[in-house]
Ligand binder design. Structure first.
Ligand code: KG4
Ligand code: ZN
Length: 355
């Protein structure tokens, strides 16, 4: 079974072909990703209108390249999957329409993939991982802790009540004059800085639920940056290191609480999984590795190229659905807002004392 996957929800124009081998393990035949970073960099963030136009210009070429690298013609794939949201509406429409059109022309099943679900399932593409597992999904737009029980069955254990983890990195970078996207830039600076110079708050630490709140931390960074202005190179590195140290403490504490909720409400997870762009951060991976180890679980973290947005994870989510006999109609709508929690089969775990 072979699926073509299309991703256009943010600032990567991506197409990929993934094959399910007879034994059930996948093989990524191609994974073409064209980043629009340079087009958005002058504005310090993604400009939706520029993103949508850039997807229109680039998508055909990415799809052609993905098929070519896989050595396949369109009529040789078994299904076409496109991310239908959540994301920037203009970009979503471009990828979704392209996917539907190809499916119609080639008379193939079409799968409208939830971008978050694709991040959530990407761990199963790289490891032979059985459900259920605990997932920390940390990207530019989302920070959630989920019990992944099966395809289409997610329990939300917690999430951010304000900024997403990636957003906190991006905003911190912008305040400190670092380039976009902020995550990799802050991580680089942090490696050279002193994580103890600034005692930044660790919001929500010790709370019984698994929610995040990061806007207070961002404000604390801004106040220290203003106090120390004009910032020297070392100040920026120390601010980044101290910010990242706070993030690590928060991530580990919130994930530990989610793990205990999981064990009480769902059972024993098979792994701790981290996915989404922030999962590319080496310090976050190391901290979660320690937490997983002390909890007796393996940590599954897809390689960075499969953590940030890509077409392979969309193709894989399409394969996961298609092999269960699930496909979508060609009138599947673009869904700029599409929380995983609205998917069929989701139940919310009662929080604080309810378990
Ligand atoms: O999953 P993704 O590629 O796109 C979304 O769906 O949002 O995630 C992008 C986010 C950005 O906020 C970016 O700054 C962050 O992931 N990110 C990182 C790192 N690499 C990317 N954050 C922290 N450390 C990194 N190394
Ligand atoms: Zn993403």
């Amino acid at each position: 079974m072979i699926v073509l996957g299309i991703e256009t929800t943010c600032d990567e124009t991506a197409a990929a072909v993934v094959r399910l081998r007879p034994g059930g393990r996948p093989e990524i035949l191609s994974n073409c990703i064209l980043s629009q970073i340079e087009e958005h960099a002058p504005y310090g963030g993604v400009v939706p209108e520029i993103a949508a136009r850039a997807h229109v210009v680039a998508l055909d070429g990415q799809i052609a390249a993905a098929l070519k690298q896989a050595g396949l013609r369109l009529d040789q794939v078994d299904g076409i999957a496109a991310a239908a949201g959540p994301g920037l509406i203009g970009g979503v429409i471009v990828g979704l329409t392209a996917g539907k059109t190809l499916a119609l022309a080639a008379q193939k099943p079409f799968i409208a993939v939830n971008h978050l679900e694709a991040h959530a399932l990407s761990a199963r593409m790289v490891e032979d991982l059985a459900f259920p597992y605990l997932l920390l999904l940390a990207s530019g737009g989302h920070s959630q802790l989920l019990a992944v029980r099966s395809v289409n069955d997610y329990w939300r254990l917690g999430g951010t009540i304000d900024d997403a983890l990636g957003e906190a990195f991006d905003k911190t970078a912008k305040m400190l004059g670092l380039p976009y996207p902020g995550g990799p830039a802050v991580e680089r600076e942090a490696e050279m800085g002193n994580p103890e110079r600034f005692a930044f708050p660790r919001p929500m630490l010790g709370r019984k639920n698994a929610d995040f709140s990061l806007s207070g931390l961002k404000t604390a960074v801004r106040i220290e940056a203003e106090k120390n202005a004009p910032l020297r190179r070392m100040d920026i590195a120390d601010l980044c290191a101290s910010f990242q140290a706070a993030i690590l403490d928060v991530v580990v504490d919130r994930t530990r609480v989610a793990l205990s909720m999981f064990r009480t409400g769902v059972g024993q997870p098979n792994a701790l999984v981290v996915a989404g762009g922030v999962a590319a951060n080496k310090s976050i991976r190391r901290s979660l590795e320690r937490l997983a180890h002390e909890s007796g679980l393996p940590l599954v973290a897809p390689p960075p190229v499969l953590c940030t947005d890509n077409g392979a994870m969309i193709a894989w989510a399409g394969l996961e659905r298609l092999r269960l006999g699930q496909a979508d109609r060609l009138d599947a709508p673009p869904r700029p807002r599409w929380p995983l929690s609205s998917k069929r089969g989701l139940q919310s775990l009662p929080q604080e004392g309810g378990l």
